[in-house]
Design a protein around this ligand. Structure first.
Ligand SMILES: NC(=O)c1ccc[n+]([C@@H]2O[C@H](COP(=O)([O-])OP(=O)(O)OC[C@H]3O[C@@H](n4cnc5c(N)ncnc54)[C@H](O)[C@@H]3O)[C@@H](O)[C@H]2O)c1
Length: 397
C-alpha cells in the first residue's frame, strides 16, 4: 500500500481564501495527509482552526517557528515531509526559509517573496538545504495549457510573433479594503503585499503562464501601472508591453477594477501559420485558428489531446473540471517529487517536474520589480533583469 505523504500548512485559517483550495486539491488523489499547521497569526485561532480540520492537538501549533522546530524533532515516519505556505505575501520568505532550515520541502503560494533580493536569498537557502521547492501557479497545470504548450513546441503555430494575455477581475472596483474585506486589506498594503498590488497578485500569474506556454522568455518590457481607486496605496490596474527573446511582441493586461469581471484570464498566441486561444473561465476548451484550414476546438477528455494534456485530466469529456483539479495536479506532481527525494532519487534538483520551481519564482519577482520600475521611468524599454535560473533549479517549468 502506498504510504500517504504527510504535509503541514502555514496560513489558511478560518475565513481565508486559498488555504481551503490547497486542502481540497491535496485531498483529490488521496496521496496526502494534512498532519499539522499554524493557520493564523493569532495562536488561539490557529489552534481552533486545527481542531476543526481534525488535526491532533499536539500538532496544532501557535506559530510557524514552533511548528518547524517541533516537527523536525519527530520521528521520520511521523513528521511532516513538506509545508504548504498560504499566508499573505510578506511571510512567504520567512516561512519557506524556516522550513528549509528545519529540513522540510516547501510548496509556496505566489508571489514567492516580496522582493527579488529575498527570492535570491531563498534560492541560496534552497541550494544549501538540498530540499524541493514548488510555487503554486495553478494555471500551468490545466490540461488545455499542456495541450497549448505541446502544439507550440511542435511548431503548429509556426514562429510565435504575438502574445496577448489578460487577467482582469472586478472585485477591487470599490475601496473594499476600507470596508472590512480582509483579503483586500493586505493585498493593497505594500508592507504585506510587496511593491505591486495588481501585478503582484494576478499580473505575475499571467506572466508565468505566458513564459510557460510559449517556452519564450521576456527580454524587454515597458509598463504603466495605475491606481484607479485614488485612496489605494498600490496599483489596481496596468498594462505591460513585452518583447520576447525570439523577437515576438506581447501585451499583458492585469486589472482588478474591471467592474463585473470574475477571473478573466485569457491567453492568445499567434504564430505565422496559426493562433490559439485559452480562457480560464472555459478551461476545457482550446481554440486553434489556422490560416489554411477551418478553426479547431480541442476539448479535454477526448482522444484528440496529447498524452501530456490527457495526464492532467481526470473526468470524461463534458464534465467540468478546473481550478481545484489544476491545483491537485500541482500537488500530485509535488508528492511524486517528494517520494523520489525520499528514495534518494531527486537528481540534485530543487525543482519537481510539473511544478513551477525556484526559476519561475525568480522570474516572477524580477517581472514584478521590472514592471514597477518601468512604470515610473521616462524610458520606454527596459531590459528584463538578469536572474540566474541555475542548472540545479531547471525543471519543466
Ligand atoms: N495561486 C493562486 O491562484 C492564488 C489565489 C489566491 C491567493 N493566492 C496567494 O495565497 C496567499 C494567501 O492568500 P489568501 O487570499 O488566502 O489570503 P487570506 O487573507 O484569505 O488568508 C491568509 C491566511 O494567512 C493567515 N496568516 C496570517 N499571518 C499568519 C502567520 N504569521 N502564521 C500563520 N498564518 C498566518 C491568516 O490568518 C489567514 O488565515 C497569498 O500569498 C496570495 O497571493 C494564490
Amino acid at each position: 500500500m502506498l504510504k500517504k505523504i504527510k504535509y503541514g500548512m502555514v496560513g489558511g485559517g478560518d475565513g481565508s481564501f486559498i488555504g481551503a483550495v490547497h486542502r481540497s486539491a491535496a485531498a483529490v488523489d488521496g496521496e496526502l495527509e494534512l498532519v499539522c499547521g499554524a493557520f493564523s497569526s493569532n495562536p488561539g485561532r490557529s489552534i481552533e482552526a486545527a481542531e476543526r480540520l481534525g488535526i491532533k492537538a499536539q500538532r496544532a501549533y501557535p506559530d510557524f517557528e514552533t511548528m518547524m522546530r517541533s516537527e523536525s524533532q519527530l520521528a521520520s515516519g511521523e513528521r511532516m515531509e513538506f509545508v504548504s505556505v498560504v499566508t499573505p505575501n510578506h511571510l512567504h520568505f520567512d516561512v519557506a526559509d524556516c522550513a528549509l532550515r528545519a529540513g522540510f520541502h516547501v510548496l509556496s503560494d505566489k508571489p514567492a517573496t516580496i522582493s527579488l533580493e529575498q527570492c535570491i536569498k531563498l534560492q541560496a537557502q534552497l541550494r544549501r538545504s538540498g530540499r524541493l521547492y514548488g510555487l503554486t501557479h495553478p494555471y500551468t497545470a490545466y490540461p488545455m495549457i499542456a495541450e497549448a504548450k505541446e502544439r507550440i513546441a511542435a511548431g503548429e503555430l509556426g514562429k510565435v510573433r504575438k502574445v496577448i494575455v489578460e487577467y482582469t477581475q472586478g472585485w477591487l472596483t470599490d475601496p473594499v479594503e476600507h470596508h472590512g474585506n480582509a483579503q483586500a486589506q493586505w493585498r493593497t498594503n505594500p508592507l504585506l503585499a510587496g511593491p505591486s498590488g495588481c501585478f503582484g497578485d494576478i499580473g505575475v500569474h499571467a506572466f508565468n503562464l505566458t513564459e510557460y506556454v510559449t517556452g519564450l522568455r521576456v527580454s524587454e518590457l515597458s509598463a504603466e501601472l495605475n491606481r484607479i481607486v485614488s485612496e489605494r496605496q498600490l496599483d489596481d490596474d496596468g498594462t505591460a508591453l513585452l518583447k520576447f527573446d525570439n523577437g515576438a511582441h506581447g501585451v499583458l493586461i492585469a486589472s482588478q477594477i474591471c467592474a463585473g469581471e470574475e477571473n478573466r484570464l485569457s491567453l492568445r498566441i499567434y504564430g505565422d501559420r496559426a493562433g490559439l486561444e485559452w480562457q480560464q473561465m472555459e478551461p476545457n476548451s482550446l481554440w486553434l485558428r489556422h490560416t489554411s484550414k477551418p478553426t479547431e476546438l480541442v476539448r479535454t477528455g477526448t482522444s484528440f489531446v496529447s498524452p501530456s494534456a490527457a495526464a492532467l485530466g481526470r473526468v470524461p469529456a463534458g464534465h467540468p473540471e478546473g481550478y481545484i483539479e489544476a491545483f491537485a495536479n500541482i500537488y500530485r506532481s509535488f508528492a511524486a517529487g517528494v517520494r523520489l527525494a525520499a528514495n534518494g532519487n531527486a537528481a540534485g534538483s530543487s525543482t519537481v517536474a510539473g511544478v513551477p520551481g525556484i526559476g519561475a519564482a525568480l522570474r516572477g519577482m524580477a517581472f514584478i520589480e521590472a514592471v514597477v520600475a518601468a512604470s515610473v521611468s521616462k524610458n520606454k524599454w527596459h531590459s528584463f533583469p538578469a536572474v540566474s535560473e541555475s542548472k540545479f533549479s531547471r525543471g519543466s517549468n
